[in-house]
Design a protein around this ligand. Structure first.
Ligand SMILES: Cc1cc2nc3c(=O)[nH]c(=O)nc-3n(C[C@H](O)[C@H](O)[C@H](O)COP(=O)(O)OP(=O)(O)OC[C@H]3O[C@@H](n4cnc5c(N)ncnc54)[C@H](O)[C@@H]3O)c2cc1C
Length: 462
């Protein structure tokens, strides 16, 4: 690392990306202060005892390995090999994510992951300061205003360089927008979410298969479940905010019970517990943040959700935020000054985060609607067949995004579109002629899909 960047850095936000970038910087000899508006979650349970989980996959794992923290995270992981679809009839079907044993997603508790990352940051020499809410950055003086959440005492920090990992509602991003440095467009989804807990069965056993991500796809909305250690599942209901079937339509107790009974009859024994959770827990909003101008010269950089929050349907928001951290660290290794580095970071990274933002939106329709369609299963099986026959050239899009961290998101999107056209064509021809001529397919694949490099083919999750 060049002398120009061996200085002190303030990181705002000790969620997921904040502590990870803090560890990576500290390992390079940078002196790091990490500010967080909440209390220390290792001391007080800020989540009020709720268990909220996330899907971690290869991109996130690679970044955790780079920071030397994956060994501490690994014991927290529960592998999920595919999607278990629950029909209204109660019937369930597994659709696997990939076709190799290592092609799995992992469920991990957000709180547990956060605590591991904070411990790693502390051990790496990062100075952690909790209950410090950042109010904004003065773009002229570069002073960072904060307030102590417990005492109300204001403070001003003159950190040399600031990295803002303060999430989708970033206060630092608002300062950059006010200063005309950053342009932001927030695209609301119009569908909100609510988390509930499916209790453990007798002797702490999971009442559904813990090796899958469960989906109750219902067309205009869906319920999903990810396993937790200890036998519970975290359920998340994604539903339009308003309309005939919506959160607004479930405000009456009777309507809520009727909704659960009609839509999720297989969860009947848990309806009371789920309805109680539904009433107790907050209704979260979802949006895509499209921002340009992630940095203020070499003084400040937006990272993770602060720069590019996405909807959660590809399970990639945290993975992309972690990938930001490893990309920035790779660039630091090559040297340069902060200004050049931050500029290059946005140039390199934004096309990828825009691509995953789009794929995440597309995946909502896939999860709540298309997975139920026989055509979807037919095309997925065909995609696996093409991957087996042409492993150098054809990798299903979901697999590129989730299991192949060497393939940039933008490339997964681009190749995914070419592949979708091939799949559509083959499916049409198969339906018309009753079969597929794989000699012709080989020519088609060779013509349209350049061979991937050996390093891109290594599918792995840990
Ligand atoms: C319902 C849901 C499900 C999801 N599921 C997945 C999934 O399965 N897989 C996946 O990869 N991603 C998932 N995501 C996305 C993932 O949660 C985010 O992409 C990830 O948390 C981004 O990390 P971050 O560090 O950038 O922001 P955050 O994790 O939001 O952290 C921001 C931190 O900054 C702090 N902060 C905020 N404002 C201030 C301030 N003014 N001053 C000081 N501190 C501040 C916050 O308290 C917080 O600790 C999901 C998101 C949602 C909403």
């Amino acid at each position: 690392m060049s002398a120009a960047i061996r200085r002190s850095v303030t990181v705002v936000g000790a969620g997921l990306a904040g502590p990870l970038i803090a560890v990576l910087l500290a390992r390079r000899g940078v002196s790091v202060v990490l500010l967080e508006r909440r209390g220390d979650p290792r001391a007080d349970r800020a989540d009020g005892g709720r268990s909220i989980n996330l899907a971690l996959s290869a991109r996130g794992i690679r970044a955790l390995e780079r920071a030397g923290v994956f060994a501490d995270v690994a014991p927290l992981l529960l592998p999920m090999r595919g999607r278990m679809l629950h029909a209204p009839s109660g019937e369930s079907t597994l659709q696997s994510y990939g076709q190799r044993p290592e092609e799995v997603n992992f469920s991990i508790g957000r709180g547990a992951l956060n605590r591991v990352l904070l411990g790693a940051a502390e051990r790496a020499g990062v100075l952690l300061r909790f209950n410090q809410r950042c109010l904004g950055l003065d773009p002229r003086t570069h002073a960072l205003s904060c307030v102590d959440e417990r005492t109300g005492e204001p403070s001003v920090l003159d950190g040399e360089t600031l990295i803002a990992a303060d999430g989708a509602g970033s206060a630092v991003r608002s300062s950059l927008v006010e200063a005309g440095v950053c342009a932001v467009r927030i695209e609301p989804l119009g569908h909100d979410y609510k988390e509930m807990t499916l209790p453990a069965g007798p002797a702490g056993r999971h009442v559904l298969d813990p090796g899958a991500l469960h989906i109750w796809p219902r067309g205009g909305f869906m319920l999903i479940a990810l396993p937790n250690p200890g036998g519970t599942f975290t359920l998340t209901l994604f539903l339009p905010r308003v309309g005939p079937v919506s959160f607004a339509a479930l405000s009456e107790e009777q309507a809520l019970h009727r909704f659960f009974a009609e839509q999720f009859p297989d969860l009947e024994s848990y309806h009371e517990a789920l309805c109680a959770d539904y009433r107790r827990n907050p209704q979260g909003q979802l949006a895509t943040v499209h921002a340009r101008g992630w940095h203020l010269g070499g003084r400040a950089l937006l990272l993770g959700d602060a720069a590019h929050a996405i909807v959660p349907f590809h399970g990639q928001g945290m993975n992309a935020a972690f990938e930001d951290c490893s990309r920035l660290d790779e660039m630091l290794e090559r040297g340069g000054d902060w200004a050049a580095l931050f500029e290059q970071f946005e140039l390199d990274r934004r096309p990828d985060t825009e691509a995953i933002a789009r794929m995440a939106l597309e995946n909502y329709e896939e999860m709540r609607e298309r997975v139920r369609d026989v055509r979807f299963t037919r095309l997925q099986q065909l995609a696996f067949e093409l991957e087996r026959r042409f492993p150098q050239r054809f990798i299903p899009r979901y697999s590129m995004v989730t299991f192949h961290p060497q393939i940039p998101y933008r490339e997964a999107l681009r190749r995914g579109e070419l592949q979708a056209a091939i799949l559509e064509q083959l499916d049409r021809e198969r339906l018309a002629d009753g079969g597929i001529d794989y000699a012709l397919v080989a020519a088609l694949v060779q013509e349209r899909l350049p061979a991937l490099e050996e390093r891109d083919l290594d599918s792995r999750t840990g």
